[in-house]
Design a protein around this ligand. Structure first.
Ligand SMILES: NC(=O)C1=CN([C@@H]2O[C@H](COP(=O)(O)OP(=O)(O)OC[C@H]3O[C@@H](n4cnc5c(N)ncnc54)[C@H](O)[C@@H]3O)[C@@H](O)[C@H]2O)C=CC1
Ligand SMILES: CC(=O)[C@H](N)C(=O)O
Length: 352
């Protein structure tokens, strides 16, 4: 097992318990230290990419990927992987202590569409799981990253663009749980000094990982179908405009906000933006590369209602001002990159 290469101690002398009301300091991490990182829910669309990205920066053994699912061989052999269920707080605490974790990226979640299909599981994973993570992170002085989403806004929010601070009344359990995560994280920051950092991600597009059951999944699936068959049946209306981002920008933003000096952060939850498009516009861009590509529409009413309640665009001016956020990928770059991603064609063929 990969964990055997990590220093495992029942009680590490370098860890002191942080009193719950200690303010604004971390006992196990100083700016000069190399962080020791745990990623929860790491086998989803974003976690493996994040682990690879962080391992390039901090070294393979400094980053532990965890999930409740069994990893495929290539992921298991690529660096430390352990089982960790965020609903089991004792197991989570043990993992943090035994591996001297100092940064935690909390990726476990049920996304918008699968959350509506199983509200009680979504409540458990997205709300109870978050409570466990917040408590363990506070007890052990971790720097904690929790992603939020465009889904944290609702039909009464300003939609074009949605600013950082505005009405947030989402109508999905996913959105409600993410607003809860934003507020709880900020509460723990003010009350206990937890170094909580949160970005609201747009829909994320990746070539080498599959989406986990969200409303923006079409924007990943379309590429696979375009390459495989030249046709795609979209489950959102052609005019549905949503904010989107290429995974490389998303992962870079995540590391940048984690490394931002505390004094540069005027807020703890930031919107980040890159591009905004409709299925029709994405199809037109793909058409430039694959002239025979055809898109048809068969609308899924649950996903459509969700998308119609989300922002069409994000105002991320605070992230740009405070810690210098800047995206690299716009729509034409995204499409060129996805269709030319090394191994994309063979990977699509293998997956089907
Ligand atoms: N992918 C996207 O477009 C966006 C993602 N985000 C957020 O980023 C994070 C990562 O997203 P994805 O990788 O796309 O999600 P995903 O749905 O692909 O993966 C989530 C992972 O959580 C794991 N999980 C479920 N229950 C668990 C439990 N009890 N303990 C530990 N792990 C558990 C699942 O096995 C899965 O591997 C999520 O918090 C999501 O809300 C936010 C906005 C956009
Ligand atoms: C935008 C998200 O948070 C996610 N991709 C979803 O569609 O649920």
């Amino acid at each position: 097992c990969h964990t055997s290469i990590l220093p495992v101690r029942v009680l590490s002398t370098s860890i002191q318990q942080t009193p719950a009301d200690a303010a604004f300091h971390s006992t196990s991490f100083t700016e000069a230290d190399q962080p020791r990182i745990l990623i929860t829910g790491g086998l989803g669309q974003l976690g493996v990419g994040l682990a690879n990205f962080l391992r390039k920066r901090f070294g393979k053994d400094s980053v532990i990927l965890s999930d409740i699912r069994k990893p495929p061989d290539h992921i298991f052999h690529n660096g430390p992987f352990i089982y960790s269920d965020i609903l089991d707080s004792k197991n989570l605490r043990e993992t943090v202590v035994n591996n001297r974790i100092s940064w935690l990226f909390h990726y476990s979640a049920l996304l918008s569409a699968v959350g509506e299909a199983d509200v009680s599981l979504a409540k458990a994973v997205n709300i109870t799981g978050l409570h466990n993570v917040l408590d363990v992170a506070t007890e052990h002085g971790l720097r904690l990253f929790v992603p939020s989403t465009i889904g944290a806004f609702g039909p009464t929010s300003p939609r074009n663009p949605a600013p950082d601070l505005c009405v947030q009344r989402p109508r999905t359990i996913y959105g409600v749980s993410k607003v809860h995560a934003e507020l709880m994280g900020e509460y723990y920051y003010h009350r206990y000094g937890l170094d909580f950092r949160c970005l609201r991600y747009p829909g994320i597009i990746s070539a080498d990982s599959q989406p986990g059951g969200g409303t923006t999944d079409y924007a990943v699936q379309i590429f696979h179908h375009a390459v495989k068959s030249g046709r795609f049946e979209c489950n959102l209306k052609p005019s549905t405009r949503l904010p989107m981002m290429y995974i490389e920008d998303c992962l870079r933003a995540t590391l940048e906000v984690m490394e931002a000096p505390t004094k540069s952060l005027s807020m703890r939850t930031y919107n980040i933006n890159a591009m905004s498009f409709t299925p029709e516009e994405l199809a037109q861009e793909i058409h430039k590369h694959i002239p025979e590509f055809q898109i048809t529409y068969n609308v899924d009413s649950v996903r459509q209602a969700i998308a119609d309640s989300w922002p069409m665009n994000f105002d991320d001016s605070n992230a740009r001002k405070d810690w210098g956020w800047k995206h690299d990928f716009d729509l034409p770059n995204l499409v060129t990159t996805m269709l030319n991603f090394p191994g994309f064609h063979t990977r699509v063929a293998r997956a089907n």
